[in-house]
Design a protein around this ligand. Structure first.
Ligand code: BES
Ligand code: ZN
Length: 636
């Protein structure tokens, strides 16, 4: 069989991308030669959608959110691109499908396939003249995108809360949809919620509660399904700048607005680097602590964990990161989850550039060095587990959940690759290249191979770049020519660690003026195997166990587990039962798993913590602890 296919249907030039990288470079040029209407759609193994047969262009969602029954019910109506074939295929996961009709209410025959790891394919038969389909549906009890919180799981304690998490393939569990990052559509939504609650989406948002609990949303820029997002709760708004602001529970909104006071300036810095912000407003929604990620770049409205409210504005790089996705990810989108590094590697690079502009090169240098440490850990770990293939930028996630491809490789090796290219051609030329890249591929999806073709044409050949690009993208392990970040401030931290190791009491160390990053570096690099007395010496001097900084506490608690330091276990228990952010929770459970005593503690804590975790964190920790949900009365 030929390894490339061009299927041209009206308005749609198709490129199936299971061919070799070399073969594909030529294809891309051909695909780009088509008229403005044409699209390039890469084959996505994580979606049942068949965009070459019929593809959605606009969604009208009309739903009621039942906070008591934990259910969303309503209709999803789609406009289809003209010239479609005899059927449209959508992704669903655990949805109950009711009637399916065309635009005039005539019912359309459909079949719902068997449920598998990717959900169940919904196949709707189309007559030629059908340009709209409407699907009535209800979400299932375990909808993986949704986390329904009881009042007790919120700051205010009086109202329930709901949020969605779509990336990577969870949107199909709350909307029947073509859930592939290469397929974009505009949307509008009518959402009904209890009148004491407010609804917000990845769209133009209200700034006040409506009187009757109905909300209308519009998203006029085309987005992929993983960026569909909804939150419902007791939510207040506070502006920061003219086009930036904070949504949060009323108890938190002031604190959050103070913490993220630089947001307007961040948008300006980002625009100065890589061109206009194309989404009108940039707001942040601070969620309850069970939110499974640090942040999620839902367009116009980043969803964020409250664990970045450190009280000293020291963790705002995360906001720079999610804002940067407004270019890398939301504007130029990875075509498949195998190309995930295009989203995250570019975003980490962009994030550091924003931070450098706002906070200076020393700050950005510390950030880069912490990232480099994460990369070293990821490479060592995958290599040690015999999973070298997961250290490649271009992934092969066939037969796996795309969530399994989420690691520091995409983020930090991706960053390091771009940093290496910057080093080679100089910052000015690299910035011009990136800016043109965002313009060239705006509102499009791109494969790794399309990026490499573009890179070759616009940077490598014109400037005779000598970097071994294929090794960077398709090779395993740590690249030999990586630019290792340096930080004088971290060198000073290392001097203090050495002084402490050789007998200077903790309270005599020279730590005045240290930032969160320095404390993180300090705690990460403590000597192995510390006695209770040595841990107590640090804790008494620096108050780590009682620290209000989640990054510092999380790093410290990991040391406490590794060194079996019981005075911190109450805090460990409280942290794990309150915070559901996987980046913190996972390493702590992993550390607990390394001893008999720790394993018992882990099971005891997880029994109580699990009902507070979102399904993505649950999936990871269930697997880690070999947890059988039977032992837990709460079904997720
Ligand atoms: N888009 C990601 C979160 C994500 C990735 C969700 C893959 C689901 C699947 C987001 O932009 C992100 O990278 N968040 C990081 C923040 C960080 C690197 C500053 C996080 O959550 O820790
Ligand atoms: Zn990201």
């Amino acid at each position: 069989m030929s390894d490339r296919h061009h299927l041209v249907v009206p308005g749609l030039a198709l490129l199936l991308s299971h061919c070799t990288p070399q073969a594909r470079e030529g294809d891309v040029g051909a695909a780009q030669g088509n008229d403005a209407q044409s699209r390039t759609v890469a084959m996505d193994i994580h979606s049942s959608a068949r965009p070459q047969e019929a593809v959605i262009t606009h969604l009208h969602l009309d739903i009621t959110v039942d906070m008591q029954a934990h259910r969303i019910a309503g209709t999803a109506s789609y406009a289809l691109a003209p010239g479609h074939g005899a059927r449209v295929v959508l992704d669903t996961d655990g949805l109950q499908i009711g009637v399916v009709t065309d635009g005039s209410g005539r019912s359309l025959p459909y079949t719902l396939g068997e449920a598998g790891p990717l959900g169940a394919a919904l196949e709707v038969e189309l007559a030629d003249q059908v340009d709209t389909i409407r699907i009535a549906y209800t979400t299932g009890p375990g909808a993986r995108a949704l986390q329904w919180l009881s009042p007790g799981q919120t700051k205010g304690g009086r109202h329930p809360f709901l949020f969605t998490q779509g990336q990577a393939i969870l949107t199909r569990s709350w909307i029947p949809i073509q859930d592939s990052p290469g397929i974009r559509f505009t949307y509008e939504a009518d959402v009904r919620v209890p009148s004491e609650l407010m609804a917000v989406m990845s769209a133009a948002n209200p700034q006040q509660r409506s009187a009757d609990g109905t909300y209308h949303f519009r998203m006029d820029q085309p987005i992929p399904a993983y960026l569909m997002a909804l939150a419902v709760g007791d939510i207040a708004f506070k502006p920061i700048g003219v086009r930036t602001g904070i949504y949060a529970e009323p108890e938190l909104v002031e604190k959050a607005a103070w913490e993220f006071a630089d947001m307007e300036e961040m948008v300006e810095a980002a625009e100065a680097l890589y061109g206009p912000y194309r989404w009108e407003r940039y707001d942040v929604l601070v969620l309850p602590p069970s939110f499974p990620f640090g942040g999620m770049e839902n367009p116009r409205l980043t969803f964020a964990t409250p664990t970045i409210l450190s009280g000293d504005r020291s963790l705002t790089a995360l906001i720079a990161h999610e804002l940067a996705h407004s270019w890398s990810g939301n504007l130029v989108t990875n075509a498949t989850w195998n190309d995930f590094w295009l989203n995250e590697g570019f975003t980490v690079y962009f994030e550091k550039r924003i931070c450098e502009r706002l906070y200076g090169p020393e700050y950005a240098g510390m950030l880069a060095l912490l990232g480099y440490q994460d990369l070293q850990h990821a490479v060592a770990r995958f290599t040690g587990e015999g999973a070298e293939q997961d250290t490649r930028l271009k992934l092969d996630l066939a037969g796996r959940d795309p969530d399994d491809g989420v690691s520091d490789i995409a983020y930090e090796k991706g960053y390091a690759f771009l940093r290496r290219l910057e080093e080679e051609v100089g910052r000015e030329r690299f910035d011009a290249f990136l800016r043109a890249y965002f313009d060239r591929f705006a509102f499009k999806a791109i494969t790794t191979e399309e990026f490499l073709a573009h890179l070759d044409e616009h940077l490598v050949r014109p400037l005779n770049v000598q970097v071994d690009i294929r090794e960077w993208v398709y090779g395993t392990g740590m690249p030999k020519d990586l630019v290792v970040p340096v930080s004088d401030r971290f060198l000073k931290v290392e001097v203090e660690i050495e002084r402490w190791r050789t007998g200077t009491p903790a309270k005599e160390l020279r730590t005045t003026g240290w930032s969160t990053f320095e404390w993180m570096h300090f705690v990460r690099h403590l000597p192995d195997s510390l006695s209770g007395d040595r841990m107590a010496d640090l804790d008494a001097a620096f108050g780590f166990t009682g620290s209000g900084n989640a990054e510092v506490v999380a790093a410290w608690l990991e040391q406490c587990v590794r060194n079996d330091y019981p005075p911190a276990y109450e805090r460990l228990d409280a942290f794990l039962t309150e915070v559901g952010r996987r980046k913190f929770v996972q390493p702590l459970f992993e550390a607990l798993q390394t001893s008999e005593k720790g394993r018992a503690m882990a099971r005891n804590i997880y029994q109580r913590a699990r009902p507070n975790y979102h399904s993505v964190t649950v999936r990871t920790i269930d697997e880690l602890l070999d947890w059988t949900p039977m032992s837990d009365p709460v079904t997720l």
